[in-house]
Design a protein. Structure first.
Length: 497
């Protein structure tokens, strides 16, 4: 057994703390105590603790911080605008889409005499909703889901339940069948597998999860378990899909033709770093499966010009040639479904293509729930501007924009989001074991913490997200690991001021 030798600085800090603590060990406060003295000595004790704690493990020091347990949910921006309700504005927007698709004027256009929505009747429009509503969320299954991913899943199911309940409460009286509300989880099985990539000539190549046997299955059981629990609790059905399902959708080839024809403009817009579209396809040679990560060597042919060095002069269709460092170019024909199913896209390109496809779907409503780190400039640059350009150029999806709700981030002490990649690759959260918060790093650790297959930990998290829905200003801010420690690990609620 190792013997712990305290350093000189540790000993000095401990002595100082003990000196300050000593008066507290007496049964009665000292008779000479004066107002403010206790507060002053409390401050000294806290400082002494802060001086001692980093000396305990000098090789990887830890730091003590304190808080007063006051929880504030200040208003401003989204929390101000949606403090009363976040669901009704969404339902109005969906209703508007449906009216527009049916040739109506929509609810949101400026009307002096609005005949569609009578004044003081903010509920009635829901009755117009007839299409199924799909709440989408995604995950990269490269680790057992951590608290941030679980919050997104909880958000998706609770949002679906709230939408279902509100519509149901309206149509119960109208004697009509409410539209189905469901959750669809997309697994990004085209994420790179650690230690399976190579860099050759400054170009990065990756192997995707779906091309490495066993890699995808490793954590899938945790995801399915979580989704089944959330589905059962919310009474909301769910489906799961993968990237090949997405690229197999009938609208994809026509969208890809637009994307190939405009790849230069879109590449500049979607990749500030490389200026090219990050579309990928794994090398089809058996056992290879390398895909060029950033699409820098891709060659596009939209069948209107034949200047491409990798393609024959009379290419029969819109094609993309991809490059393997060992086996050379391989080509995908947009008109061949089996080819298109091989396609992969990085997050911005995937986000754009998926949104285009969903905007064109007149058979269902699509609402996306994603982490708040994707809000703001990311979506404006990578999604809304390219969508506006596409709509203007093609006339498609005129006046339509995606419906996206952003789930609060779970952040560490510094305000950085709890990162699955950091946990997986660099052991960035070793200290969380010491702090007793490791259960927030992965569902696997949450399960072992509670010893009940994760049910209690997930239930506590889900109930917390439910509280955010009941007071929607809470949906427009981040939550720290320290905040969730009490809620999830100890099962105790914080009370807002
Ligand atoms: Zn190859």
């Amino acid at each position: 057994m190792d013997t712990y030798h305290a350093s000189d600085s540790c000993t000095a800090a401990a002595r100082n703390l003990l000196r300050l603590l000593n008066p507290l060990l007496k049964d009665e406060p000292p008779p000479t105590i004066v107002p403010g003295q206790l507060q002053s000595s409390c401050g000294e004790i806290l400082s002494a603790i802060q001086a001692l704690v980093p000396t305990l493990i000098p090789k990887s020091p830890i730091f003590a911080n304190f808080h007063d347990g006051q929880v504030h949910d200040p208003l401003g921006g989204g929390s101000y605008a949606f403090q009363e309700d976040v669901v009704q504005p969404l339902l109005l927007a969906l209703t508007n889409d449906e009216i527009l698709a049916n040739g109506g004027d929509g609810l949101l256009v400026d009307k002096q005499s609005n005949k569609t929505v009578p004044e003081n009747d903010s509920v009635r429009p829901f009755q117009l909703l007839s299409r199924p509503i799909v709440i989408h969320a995604g995950a990269q299954p490269n680790n057992s889901p951590h608290a941030g991913t679980l919050v997104v899943f909880c958000y998706a199911f609770l949002l679906a339940r709230e939408i279902r309940n509100r519509i149901k409460s309206m149509v119960d009286n109208a004697d009509a069948k409410p539209p189905l509300v469901s959750v669809e989880i997309t697994f990004v099985d085209t994420a790179p597998v650690k230690d399976h990539g190579v860099k050759i000539g400054g170009i990065e190549y990756q192997k995707s999860y779906r091309d490495v046997p066993g890699a995808l299955a490793m954590h899938m059981a945790d995801y399915k378990h979580v989704l089944h629990l959330l589905s059962t609790w919310s009474d909301i059905p769910f489906t799961t899909t993968f990237q090949s399902n997405f690229f197999s959708h009938p609208t994809i080839p026509s969208l890809l033709r637009y994307i190939v024809a405009n790849h230069e403009f879109l590449g500049r817009q979607l990749s500030p770093k490389y200026g090219v579209l990050a579309l990928r396809a794994a090398c089809p040679i058996s056992g290879c499966s390398l895909a060029e990560k950033h699409g820098r060597l891709n060659a596009y042919n939209n069948n209107s010009s034949h200047q491409n060095r990798n393609l024959p002069s009379a290419a029969p269709d819109t094609t993309i040639a991809f490059h393997c460092p060992y086996h050379g170019p391989h080509i995908i024909c947009i008109s061949k479904p089996s080819d298109v199913a091989r396609l992969e896209a990085n997050a911005p390109a995937r986000n754009l293509i998926r949104s285009m496809s969903q905007l064109l779907d007149t058979g269902a409503h699509h609402v996306r729930v994603t982490g708040a780190d994707y809000a703001g400039m990311y979506q404006e640059m990578f999604l809304y501007r390219p969508l506006a350009a596409w709509s203007a150029a093609t006339g498609l999806a005129a006046g339509r924009t995606p419906h996206i709700l952003y789930a609060p981030l779970i952040v560490d002490w510094s305000g950085a989001k709890l990162s699955k990649a950091l946990y997986v690759r660099d052991g960035g959260y070793e200290a969380m074991k010491l702090f007793g918060t490791e259960g927030l790093c992965s569902f696997t650790q949450l399960k072992s913490r509670f010893g009940d297959d994760g049910v209690e930990g997930l239930r506590r998290l889900c109930e917390e997200v439910q509280r955010w829905f009941e007071d929607p200003r809470k949906l427009f801010r981040a939550y720290s690991v320290e905040y969730l420690q009490r809620v999830i690990m100890k099962g105790q609620k914080w009370t807002s001021t």
